[in-house]
Ligand binder design. Sequence first.
Ligand code: ARG
Length: 456
Amino acid sequence: MKLWTGRFKKQLDEAADAYNSSISFDSRMYREDIRGSMAHAAMLAAQGIISEEDRDAIINGLDGILSEIESGALEIDMSAEDIHTFIEAELTDRIGAAGKRLHTARSRNDQVALDIRLWLRNAVDGIVTRVEGLMKVLCDKAEQHAATVMPGYTHMQRAQPITFGHHLMAYANMLERDRERLLDARKRMNRSPIGCCALAGTTYPTDRAAEAKALGFDDICHNSLDGVSDRDFCIELAAALSILMTHLSRFSEEIILWCSWEFKFVELSDAFSTGSSIMPQKKNPDIAELTRGKAGRVFGDTMTLLTVLKGLPLAYNKDMQEDKEAIFDAVDTVTMCLDAFTPMIDTMTALPDNMRKAAAGGFINATDCADWLTSKGIPFRDAYKATGELVARCIELGTTLEALPIEEYRAICEDFDEGVYDAIALDRCVAMRKSAGGPAPENTVAEVARIRAILA
Ligand code: ARG
């Protein structure tokens, strides 16, 4: 049964019908559709547009439909055009004429805009909770490893000593901004389009503000054309999710590297690793790889939304039905990803000995050596050059700055004395990096406290 009978003499062609239908993907908004309709009926009655008896019949009828869908007693008819059509038809079947009054002062255009906002608002809350869960896990791990020395890299070359805790907290900082972006998107999304009707409002004496308030919105959409025809809130959310996935993807890339025999900085739990069908020795970081891969998928969803919207004249166009699969996919993908990623990090074991071995190998204390010489009054550029020569000498002798005899130091610069060995000891190099935001263990402990305060 179509909602738009009357004008038409022919049935919709079968292929056209299948093409036009959205119920296969919008049926998941049944709760939001019913909740919106209940609020609409209440508003219509409060304004004297429908009777109180009709309102009660509608709300009771919808309540029955909701609990029957939830219990599985009522199956959603996948041959209906969309979820709005299905629920209205089902209601009218059950309560007769009152059901036909529900759609007074409303159109599917504002109805669908309302349903998506309600659905996404809830979805954002779910994702924010998951992001917070990952932030919490990072804080716990960083606290344990606030003094675990590892090499920091630039250009994938060992650069300067940092700690594993400091490295993890870099991601906690990224997630802090992701969380803010999501909450920000939620704020702009939280305006009610219901009552914009098809595109031009209505002549009925509706109370849009009351209906918005009943549905938990902060405000109404103030222009009826805009309310039914923009999906910028979908794009904004997809963009925030894309940035989040960029962060998770970079993190995944590092985990994949760290799991390799070349690094072996971490070991993933068997519960979050997979094997090979042919190579018995293999233990693969599939969850991290999939996260890196699925980032591309979420970026694609964002591009879909931008492209669908960019050429549309105001107000509603059927193209906009394409918004849902893209934004649902982005939400589903990120949700699934965080549900696997967070416990993977939580159960991951750090291997501090290997981190330290790598940190000891790459002359990552060379800057500290030059800084020590500078503290003796040598200009930094000269200290830099002398240290460079020391590194070259170490490479020649196959040794490290720590093991190089003091005579070798003094041969390059007379100002060196035994004090340099203290200055280039890795733990001290890290402990001395107390500048704000630096890797000194006390900074990491304070950062963990700052992030935990946000989560509290
Ligand atoms: N299924 C449609 C959508 O998702 C609902 C709105 C239909 N409105 C219309 N005038 N055809 O966009």
